[in-house]
Ligand binder design. Structure first.
Ligand code: ZN
Length: 261
């Protein structure tokens, strides 16, 4: 696997947080984004409240004679957002934190569909891509043709859905169309390695969701009634320790099928 810590593009640089787990893969990717000659940077997802990690992000910025001008959050889950306030404190307290969900902001500026951030001269465009969570955002870095997806698309594996499947499928379709139109060069995810074939990655995600949905539909047609019953059929060959998470995901698929019916 490619090295995650230190990966990036001309303008984006990844500092990997030391919080690996089944859900966070290798850990959270904190992204430092800046124009090559700028003295101000944008930090996307400071990560968990882990001083060692937050100091490393701050030191990486300071080592290049720069300062943190702004913090953006892809969504409010603690592995991305919990360290934001402490990070701002560590870097002098001047930076604001912008997020879709007001509860995660520091300062009064929100972040929503169509916003364009230009801190330090770097342009980032904001897209709302709900599904992993209701407040999930994706950032487009046009200068590097890079898509920062947070947990909407991960470097490998699939993402857990806390939001609605219908929203998630729409978000994936939209990202697929956007990536094709803009000829996106790379996906910079919230966990796992960068994906240098964005269309293949998005197609894989979309196919996986459609396949699972067809399996759930077939299980229901075969008489399964509850999420648990569906899991026992569809996930029969999957380790039972993953069944509770699968049940959550199946429930969102059942909701989606019911809404559509
Ligand atoms: Zn995450």
């Amino acid at each position: 696997m490619t090295e995650i810590d230190g990966m990036g593009t001309d303008r984006a640089f990844c500092v990997l947080a030391p919080n690996p787990s089944a859900m966070t893969l290798d850990g959270t990717n904190t992204w430092i984004v800046a124009e090559p000659d700028a003295d101000e940077v944008v930090v996307i997802d400071p990560g968990p409240e882990d001083d060692r990690h937050l100091r490393r992000v701050a030191d990486t910025i300071a080592a290049r004679g720069r300062r943190a001008g702004l913090v953006l959050l892809t969504h409010g889950h603690p592995d991305h957002s919990a360290g934001a306030e402490r990070f701002v404190e560590l870097t002098g307290g001047g930076a604001k934190v912008r997020a879709l969900d007001p509860r995660h902001r520091l300062g009064d500026e929100g972040l929503a569909e169509g916003d364009v951030v230009t801190t330090g001269g770097v342009e980032l465009r904001v897209m709302e891509t709900p599904g992993h969570s209701d407040d999930s955002l994706t950032f487009w870095l046009p200068a590097d043709r890079a898509v920062l997806t947070g947990d909407t698309v991960l470097g490998y594996g699939t993402t857990v859905l806390e939001g609605r499947l219908g929203d998630y499928l729409s978000s994936l379709d939209r990202l697929r169309k956007f990536a094709a139109e803009r000829d996106a060069a790379t996906i910079l995810p919230g966990h796992g390695p960068r994906l240098d074939d964005p269309l293949a990655a998005l197609d894989h995600y979309i196919d996986h969701r459609r396949e699972r949905l067809a399996q759930v539909e077939a299980a229901v047609a075969g008489g399964a009634r509850t999420a648990r019953e569906v899991v026992e059929i569809v996930y029969a060959d999957v380790d039972r320790s993953l069944w509770p998470a699968a049940e959550w995901s199946v429930q969102s698929q059942l909701d989606y099928l019911n809404e559509r019916a």
